[in-house]
Design a protein around this ligand. Structure first.
Ligand code: UDP
Length: 358
């Protein structure tokens, strides 16, 4: 199969602004290449694929980024800037797709989904978020009525945000397991990883650390600086240990030394890459039972699931985290979330989409 992948128009690959889509795209490319498929990636200028994905063709496009939908009002209209990066990426992708089998869109936005109705080639969509916009959800519903196979979701809970989808295709996610080293360090710090933005609920994890008299090591892009400093000012100085946004390799080296990852989403997290990355290093995870993490974490085996927003309960689980066997965390990832498993699910789904167009 020759597949043309459209990346997120929010940030270049490697910036961290594109959130989990950046890693998911690289994992997918690597899985598809190892299954013998050919891949073109259309992405914003300055994007880089990871070294092992050199065989994929990267096409970079310049233009003005979209605003992320989760940071707009739910009923906001679609806005497309002049010199739109997204439109440029799609123009480029459509041209290359003339010689390809399928266009695979990974951007959560209106234009590529709308195109499904107006272009004869197959366009499949990996929906990377829960319902964050009425205009997009309504459009998905319209397109679904005509092309019911063209959408895939990362988790069942995420798909539930689109109740008109009757039997959603769930593809989970994939991780390059060799990129994560297992570490059996049970006395490390508390960790939190993610974009620093309100939907990620960092303040709850800082609360937990502070109540326990510990520091919280925080990795990720400060997407919302004002939100970050507000949290910092609400707790005693030094409670947050800002580690910045680092490469996967640096992240896994340091994260693996930690005792537990706290995951405190305030939204219906589509999947939660950072949960699996921690598990791959052997780090158990305590998460709110909300969105993807509630399908990933096996309560009592690889971490604990907590009633959403119940910080006190989170504290009590941190106190017994040593009961979790770190090897079990790593094993779960090996058995359930490798790049090969992920790519096979995607290929299986894309074959169905392509058959619909024959
Ligand atoms: N991440 C990273 N370096 C960091 C912190 C985070 O590469 O220092 C990446 C992490 O690997 C993950 C992504 O940021 O792939 C966050 O994705 P997630 O699915 O957890 O949340 P999203 O941002 O998509 O809502």
């Amino acid at each position: 199969m020759r597949i043309v992948l459209i990346s997120t128009p929010i940030g270049f690959l490697g910036s961290g602004r594109g959130g989990g889509v950046e890693l998911t795209l690289n994992s997918l490319v690597s899985g598809l290449l190892s299954l013998g498929h050919s891949v073109d990636v259309i992405a914003p200028k300055n994007s880089k694929l990871c070294r092992s994905n050199e065989k994929a063709k990267l096409h970079c496009v310049e233009g003005e980024a979209q605003i992320s939908w989760q940071h707009q009002n739910y009923n906001a209209h679609v806005s497309i800037p002049d010199n739109s990066l997204l439109a440029g990426m799609l123009e480029n992708g459509l041209e290359i797709a003339k010689k390809a089998d399928v266009l695979l869109n990974m951007s959560y936005d209106w234009l590529p989904i709308w195109m499904t109705l107006n272009v004869e080639r197959p366009i499949a969509h990996i929906i990377s978020m829960g319902s964050e916009s009425s205009v997009i959800s309504n459009l998905i519903s319209r397109v679904y009525a005509k092309h019911p196979l063209n959408f895939a979701f990362h988790s069942k809970t995420q798909a539930n945000d689109y109740p008109f989808i009757k039997k959603p295709t769930i593809i989970g996610n994939g991780f390059e397991i060799d990129n994560y080293n297992f570490q059996d360090s049970v006395n490390g710090a508390l960790a939190w990883v993610g974009r620093v933005a309100p939907e990620k609920g960092l303040e709850d994890a800082v609360y937990v650390a502070n109540e326990l008299g510990e520091k919280l090591r925080v990795w990720g892009v400060k997407e919302d600086e004002a939100y970050a400093s507000k949290i910092e000012q609400s707790f005693p100085q030094g409670t947050i240990d800002w580690m910045g946004f680092v490469s996967t390799n640096e992240l896994q080296k340091e994260l693996g030394k930690c005792r537990v990852l706290l995951n405190t989403p305030k939204w219906n997290e589509a999947y939660g890459n950072v949960v699996v990355e921690a598990l791959a290093c052997g780090v158990p995870v305590i998460a709110y039972k909300r969105g993807g993490p509630s399908e990933i974490i096996q309560h009592g085996q690889t971490g604990y699931l907590v009633v959403p927003d119940d910080k006190k309960s989170m504290i009590s689980y941190v106190e017994i985290i040593e009961k979790i066997k770190r090897k079990k965390c790593r094993e779960w990832v090996e058995k359930n979330a490798s790049t090969d498993i992920f790519a096979k699910k995607v290929v299986n789904w894309l074959n169905k989409v392509m058959n619909e167009y024959k």
